[in-house]
Design a protein around this ligand. Structure first.
Ligand SMILES: Cc1ncc(COP(=O)(O)O)c(C=O)c1O
Length: 395
């Protein structure tokens, strides 16, 4: 009984320490996790687009928005899409991932990463992440590939399933750059197509290079919860003209340019970002620098209040990187991980919106029989991560 009371006390202590820290930093009573903010310019741009009547997949704002993303990321080509999930799907198709190919991804990611692979009729194959950057662990990945694959006609074959492993799709979790340079070397050695899921990473850099641009293709998301938003939206980044043209063509139902005939040359998709969403993007993107600065300030303030906690660590960007700090993150010390759900319930009840990392994908009912390596670090991290309020407008 006494021992039980003590446990309750620790749970409460941790929850209250986090509550106090967040309230001290944000000076707000009700705090959302990550909310978009809009101003007069956003309203004017959207109104202008409506007046033009070009609200769908054609119009000046789409090309303009793509140019702006290209300037920030230094990606030669940018193809805007309806959302990040469709960008991932399209990138997989265009890059040549085929039916029944396996695509290596982390399990600690949003379900869209794996869904997009399934939409391409390919098979998600889950690999382990590391604690230092929350992305795929290159050392474990290489060892795993060495032990579990063989080469046949330049292709990497999974010894256990007989399938071709054709691609590697790292995720830059919460906007923090993963070890993409090491992963790129492995992709080259094993002849894997490298596609970066940088959905959360607009404004994040590794060695001064924007994430999503280290590979054949990368993708971004502009969903309402991202650092800037187009309502719904995504983009493919690539330096390869052929791939960019193909992606753009397929995103507009593979329709040939013709003033009155409908000629579709192959199976395409209705994945092009509507002009009305791009109009919002064009005004939102002007605020990116300001949001990035504010998010770093928020990190600094959280770090000051949380750095001495004996219950958890406040997560700081990996070495050599400049993260956009999309989601601010607390990682409970192992000893206290059983308290995570209590802490989340407590904080949310108080009006402070905090959340757990997504369900690890290998545990989802429709993914649990998919190929995977040992995922003990993934599971351990999942049990310890708490995302806390992260909106740029909190400071
Ligand atoms: C890692 C990751 N991949 C893909 C996506 C999909 O993006 P969207 O929601 O724009 O489809 C998200 C969105 O949250 C994401 O976090």
């Amino acid at each position: 009984m006494v021992f039980g009371d003590l446990k309750l006390l620790v749970k409460e202590k941790i929850a209250k320490e986090i509550e106090r820290g967040i309230l001290k930093v944000t000076k707000q009573k009700i705090v959302s996790l990550h909310e978009p903010s809009f101003d007069k310019n956003d309203l004017e741009n959207v109104a202008d687009c409506i007046k033009s009547t070009y609200v769908s997949s054609f119009g000046k704002y789409i090309l303009n928005f793509e140019k702006k993303i290209s300037k920030i990321t230094k990606s030669k080509y940018v193809v805007c899409t309806t959302n990040g999930t469709s960008a991932l799907h399209l990138a997989l198709v265009v890059a040549g991932v085929k039916e029944n190919d396996e695509v290596l991804i982390p399990s600690l990611t949003f379900v869209a990463t794996s869904n997009a692979i399934k939409y391409a009729a390919a098979i998600p194959h889950f690999v382990e992440v590391e604690t230092s950057n929350l992305g795929i662990d290159p050392v474990k990945l290489e060892q795993y590939l060495k032990e579990n694959t063989f080469k046949k006609k330049h292709k990497t074959i999974n010894k256990n399933t007989g399938n071709i492993i054709s691609a590697l799709m790292p995720v830059h979790l919460f906007g923090h750059p993963s070890r993409i340079i090491e992963l790129k070397k492995i992709a080259k050695k094993y002849n894997l197509i490298l596609i970066e899921d940088a959905a959360e990473g607009l404004g994040s850099f590794l060695n001064s290079k924007h994430i999503g641009t280290f590979s054949k293709m990368g993708i971004l998301s502009f969903n309402g919860n991202k650092i800037i938003t187009t309502g719904g939206g995504g983009a493919i980044l690539t330096n390869n003209k052929k791939l960019a043209l193909k992606a753009r063509y397929l995103s507009t139902t593979a329709k040939k340019n013709h003033s009155y005939k409908f000629i579709h040359t192959e199976l395409g998709f209705n994945y092009r970002m509507p002009n009305i969403n791009a109009a919002l993007g064009c005004s939102q993107i002007k605020k990116l620098d300001n949001y990035l600065k504010r998010k770093r300030l928020l990190t600094k303030k959280y770090f000051t209040v949380f750095k001495d906690s004996k219950y958890f660590e406040f997560y700081i960007e990996p070495k050599n990187s400049k993260s956009n700090y999309w989601f601010q993150t607390i990682i409970l010390k192992r000893k206290y991980k059983s308290h995570k759900n209590y802490i989340l319930k407590y904080l949310n009840k108080k009006g402070i919106s905090c959340r757990s990392a997504w369900s690890t994908l290998h545990k989802l009912s429709f993914c649990k029989n998919l190929p995977r390596m040992n995922l003990s670090v993934t599971e351990d991290l999942h049990d310890r991560i708490i995302n806390i309020p992260s909106s740029p407008n909190l400071v």
